[in-house]
Design a protein around this ligand. Structure first.
Ligand SMILES: [Zn+2]
Length: 281
């Protein structure tokens, strides 16, 4: 009797987990082969989904973007990465977009990325995320990868407790807002010696730098320069830096369609940073 009950119960759980997995996969399906959304049976939202569902008999769980974990391949854990050397020099490239989310620019970039079927990696600032939770949910729902870019975007030297707080406070809000757990960290300004990267490495995060910059933080440059910078420096396995927050990024929005079309013309395929790190031979 109790065995029968257990097996039915397990069967129901299996079905529910599969349906959750299907939802999660469909959200990242377009280009995702190496980011497998990981369903963690010990994480809170899944428990909630199952118990809601049990109370609700056969109904499907709501389509939530939850339990998505961006994990770092072992080779890159506690390492700083600027680019990778993909097998056979395959023309793959990762666009990274820092300092958001912001309400207007991020939405405009998401539209452009969607139109072109491109997935990017967004490194979020916690204080910006606090201001713009809805756009953050959209970023995740549209299949982009997420990294941590601290709470305050400070450059100064930090003691361990401050560095920890900058990163963990942001991780906590990313999780609470979107259900995402990420082990990808980008230090503000690319500063590797102010305590942040050391803390990130102590918890086996990947410290993600870049090998190509749009230089879109230059206040005097015309948007065409951002396009030129990227198309000139693109290489297989490159990580490209641009911004959707931390200032007026309308020029970056203007440049983005030509950045994408130019790279496509050069034969590049766009991957997220978690995908890129799986591609090294
Ligand atoms: Zn930044």
């Amino acid at each position: 009797m109790s065995q029968k009950y257990n097996s039915i119960n397990n069967y129901n759980k299996t079905i529910k987990i599969i349906s959750l997995a299907t939802i999660a996969l469909s959200l990242t399906a377009c280009s995702s082969t190496s980011i497998t959304p990981q369903l963690k049976t010990n994480s809170e939202p899944l428990k909630v989904a199952i118990s809601n569902n049990q109370a609700n008999s056969k109904s499907q769980p709501p389509a939530k973007v939850e339990n998505l974990t961006f994990t770092v391949p072992e080779k890159y854990q506690a390492k700083t990465v600027y680019k990778v050397e993909p097998s056979n020099k395959e023309k793959v490239i990762a666009l990274t977009i820092d300092d958001g989310p912001g309400p207007k620019t991020t939405a405009e970039m998401l539209d452009i990325l969607k139109q072109n079927d491109v997935k990017a990696t967004f490194f979020w600032v916690g204080s910006a995320l606090q201001e713009n939770p809805e756009i953050a949910k959209r970023v995740v729902a549209e299949g982009h990868a997420i990294g941590n870019h601290t709470w305050h975007h400070w450059y100064r030297n930090m003691d361990e407790a401050t560095a920890k707080n900058e990163i963990e406070r942001t991780n906590d809000l990313i999780y609470k807002t979107t259900g995402v757990k990420t082990s990808f960290f980008r230090p503000p300004g690319g500063y590797l010696n102010n305590g942040l990267a050391t803390y990130a490495k102590s918890k086996k995060d990947s410290v993600v730098m870049w090998s190509v910059t749009s230089a879109d933080t230059d206040p005097r440059a015309k948007y065409q320069v951002f396009i030129k910078n990227i198309l000139r420096d693109a290489k297989p396995g490159a990580i490209v830096l641009m911004h959707d927050g931390g200032g007026n990024r309308e020029r970056t929005v203007k440049a983005l369609p030509e950045i994408i079309s130019g790279l496509k013309q050069q034969g590049y395929r766009f991957v997220t940073v978690p995908q890129l790190l799986e591609m090294e031979h």
